[in-house]
Design a protein around this ligand. Structure first.
Ligand code: APR
Ligand code: ZN
Length: 230
């Protein structure tokens, strides 16, 4: 049986499937990835724009950059890959993406390991979180601290509740569908090793070969392959 037919059979019979996705899932919706040759980090310094140090040094520029990413994300529509994933109502979607395109496609359970562009949170971690509706630099209404995008910056911890939920979902999963990630940023990428260790059947869909040496690897665009798989 060909790889795609085997992968489809695994997914058809899956009782507790999970997806694990990265920026490549949203690429066909017009949202730039990070490490492709035309990716975000090819022109933007991640430390300057996506770290607590960068925010402390120049909060105005960081907030303006995130507002520009929000505008781009708001104009994006779910693509065929998002819709294919969302069609599996028993699938838990674990994503590194900060856009809301899986939810817009109708996905029922989405765990955002790296936060969400749609929210701002207090940089003092007092607990205040709000929808990202205020533009410019804002202060926390509860403690006066600086407000910043509710995303995980380099060097910051992942949201513990979401991370624990993701680890449990992966440990319990019978099939993991890895979509559009370079699988090099930890701890998120470690979920693939957790899946491998617990005997989960792993299917990787990526535009570039990753050669992770796990399960089935299907090379191509997510928007082409996922509708065939799901
Ligand atoms: N279909 C499938 N795969 C694709 C597509 C597509 N249409 N377009 C790009 N890809 C693949 C690329 O080949 C690459 O392997 O998606 C992957 C995207 O990798 P990255 O740009 O590294 O994005 P990601 O894996 O999500 O990065 C992880 O790093 O910068 C941080 O916090 C950021 O969450 C992000 C994390
Ligand atoms: Zn606060």
């Amino acid at each position: 049986m060909t790889d795609i037919r085997t992968a489809r059979a695994w997914l058809t019979g899956a009782a507790r499937p999970v997806s694990f996705s990265g920026a490549g899932l949203s690429a066909e919706s017009g949202i730039a990835t990070f490490r492709d040759p035309d990716g975000v980090w090819a022109t933007v310094d991640p430390v300057r724009m996506a770290s607590p140090e960068g925010f402390a040094a120049d909060p105005e520029t960081v907030v303006a950059w995130y507002n520009a990413r929000r505008d781009a994300s708001r104009n994006a529509r779910p693509n065929r890959a998002h819709r294919a994933l969302a069609s599996r109502h028993n699938m838990t979607h674990i994503t590194q993406n900060v856009d809301g395109l899986l939810e817009s496609a109708g996905a029922l359970r989405v765990l955002h390991l790296h936060g969400s562009l749609d929210r701002d949170r207090c940089h003092r971690d007092c607990g205040h979180v709000e929808p990202a509706t205020r533009r410019g630099l804002n202060t926390c209404p509860d403690c006066g601290g600086a407000m910043r995008p509710d995303v995980v910056w380099f060097g910051e911890m992942l949201p513990m509740d979401i991370w624990t939920e993701a680890e449990i979902a992966v440990a319990d999963a019978d099939v993991m569908l890895v979509v559009g990630t370079s699988a090099i940023v930890y701890p998120a990428a470690g979920l693939i090793e957790t899946a491998q260790r617990t005997g989960t059947r792993i299917i990787v869909v990526n535009q570039e070969p990753l050669d992770l040496g796990v399960g089935i690897e299907l090379v191509g665009q997510a928007g082409e392959i996922l509708p065939e798989l799901l």
